[in-house]
Design a protein around this ligand. Structure first.
Ligand SMILES: Nc1ncnc2c1ncn2[C@@H]1O[C@H](COP(=O)(O)OP(=O)(O)O)[C@@H](O)[C@H]1O
Ligand SMILES: [Mg+2]
Length: 498
């Protein structure tokens, strides 16, 4: 009899089927790995078990008894503890308070009993002694901790439930090797105690190191379950990609880029990336792929001068870029567009016109005193992108996300750059705006720009990039060209051990 069993659970958010059909059985004394591409429904399945998402259909049972998990509290009392991927910590509270939220020991019904709290919390912080780094103590305030330390606190919080069923939704993404090893020691210990555990990770080496069984999810369904001892990485990847994806290849045959090299990056290293080298030719779209956060954005920002480069060199048209700031990068002919419009793109609350012309102003060393003269140029750039808006004087925030992104790109069209760096540019925009953007990107390449495209969506890369560099742990670990640009190869390269 399974400790935990989910049968035919599903969940829709409006038109999005987050989970079509989830079937999962977890035994006592087992680490059951869940793997699947981003958006395949792993977190939704876990949240259903943890009571933070209510399923539309399906059954959950514990020890063979059907249960109704009406909320997180109910899940806790049924013996289910969870590590949330997006973390559930209260930033202004201490480590000890977070470990025991929402069950803080109180005195006189009101005040937290700090001494009792610290004493109890110390049992969990001690588990990571020697690998947690400076500053992680029971009375440290969570907002002062590093990302890896916060992840450790979230792990401690899950462990402190002492629940017989523990769910870990990507608990190791920010941890270093020593921290992961310690965490695995803890998991082995819990296995020995007969706990039932679900573990989600994107790292094949981790999965094969700690898992007893693996269940693969694809497009909202649990598609296969196997004992780790009876399977291998290639089989897991085949299940992740699916029948239809096996041969699925880049849409267009890769045109051979024969233009001159416009951008050459030679062995650059910095925080979060190392030893990265590549060249981009005129007319070429070079793709950056791999799991999210493997150094792709950092490399693009480093080339643009917005993130430090510790060593290596960057050449534009064969000339070393001495300029180490965005301003100089722009003047040398580099452009950078991020999908994170909130941080990098839009000038909030300002009129559309002011959002179109700053690059022109910078490159021509103009001042913004007489924007009227620029109106015509801006108009042409915006029209090229089929941007819908009422007038240049309207605030940028009045536009949809897709149209805001077009305005941000239009900035770079008044004076053409030589190299366009695209940092996951279509994040959060609708399908028709995406199609317009990629049509424009391909047109710009045809006109001779060198383009580097990082996309977190494999389909976008396969459809648009002539070559794909796969990033893993801050390094380029694979290059996919021509026929090799398949969904299978891209998935395999992204998930293999760094
Ligand atoms: N609260 C939500 N509202 C709308 N869509 C959601 C929500 N949570 C998840 N989704 C969507 O459901 C799908 C599955 O998401 P998730 O379970 O988080 O996948 P995974 O953890 O495998 O990356 C994705 O397409 C995601 O965008
Ligand atoms: Mg998830």
């Amino acid at each position: 009899m399974s400790k935990l069993k989910l049968g035919g659970v599903s969940k829709a958010y409006g038109a999005t089927m987050a989970l079509r059909r989830g079937d999962l059985e977890v035994e006592a004394g087992e680490v059951h790995v869940l793997i699947g591409s981003n958006g395949s429904g792993k977190s939704t399945l876990c949240k259903i078990a943890a009571g933070s998402v209510r399923p539309d259909a399906g059954e959950v049972s514990i020890d063979g008894q059907p249960v109704r998990i009406s909320g997180p509290q109910a899940a806790r009392s049924l013996g289910i503890g969870i590590f949330y991927q997006e973390l559930s910590l209260a930033a202004h509270r201490t480590v000890a308070e977070n470990i025991f939220l929402p069950d803080l020991p109180v005195t006189a019904g009101l005040f937290v009993d700090r001494a009792a709290l610290s004493g109890r919390a110390a049992r969990y912080t001690a588990l990571f002694d020697g690998v947690a780094g400076d500053g992680l103590s029971t009375d440290a305030v969570v907002e002062n901790l590093r990302a890896d330390q916060r992840q450790l606190v979230e792990i401690m919080k899950a462990l402190a439930t002492e629940a017989p069923i523990l769910i870990f939704d990507e608990p190791t993404s920010a941890l270093d090797r020593a921290q992961v090893d310690r965490f695995f020691d803890i998991l082995r210990d819990l296995k020995g105690q007969g706990r039932a555990m679900i573990f989600i990770s994107h790292r094949m080496d981790e999965i094969f190191a700690i898992g007893d069984r693996v269940t693969v999810m694809r497009d909202g369904e649990t598609v296969a379950t196997a004992r780790i001892a009876d399977t291998d990485q290639a089989e897991v990847v085949r299940h992740m990609v699916g029948e239809a994806g096996q041969g699925a290849q880049a849409a267009a045959p890769a045109p051979v880029a024969e233009g001159e090299t416009v951008l050459a990056v030679r062995g650059i290293s910095g925080v979060g990336y190392s030893g990265v080298s590549f060249e981009v030719r005129k007319g070429e779209i070079l793709g950056f792929g791999g799991l999210h956060g493997q150094g792709q954005s950092r490399v693009l920002r480093a080339i643009f001068g917005a993130h430090p480069v510790a060593s290596g060199e960057i050449l534009l048209h064969g000339t070393r870029l001495a300029a180490r700031g965005p301003r100089e990068a722009i003047r040398s002919g580099l452009a950078y567009v991020s999908g994170d419009r909130g941080r990098d793109g839009v000038i909030h609350g300002r009129p559309i016109l002011e959002n179109v012309i700053p690059i022109h102003a910078l490159r021509q060393r103009l001042h913004l005193a007489n924007p009227a003269a620029l109106r015509q140029k801006a108009q042409a750039a915006v029209e090229a992108l089929r941007t819908k808006f009422a007038g240049f004087s309207h605030p940028i925030n009045s536009l949809s996300g897709g149209n805001q992104q077009k305005i941000v790109i239009a900035r770079w069209l008044i004076d053409r750059p030589d190299v366009l760096l695209l940092d996951d540019p279509t994040k959060g925009i609708d399908l028709s705006a995406k199609a317009d953007l990629f049509a424009l990107i391909r047109r710009l390449a045809a006109e001779g720009l060198g383009i580097v495209l990082y996309s977190s969506e494999d389909a976008e890369l396969l459809a648009n990039a002539d070559r794909i560099l796969v990033f893993n742990g801050g390094r380029v670990t694979r290059e996919l060209t021509g026929e090799a640009r398949t969904r299978f190869n891209l998935t395999q390269a992204a998930y293999e051990a760094a």
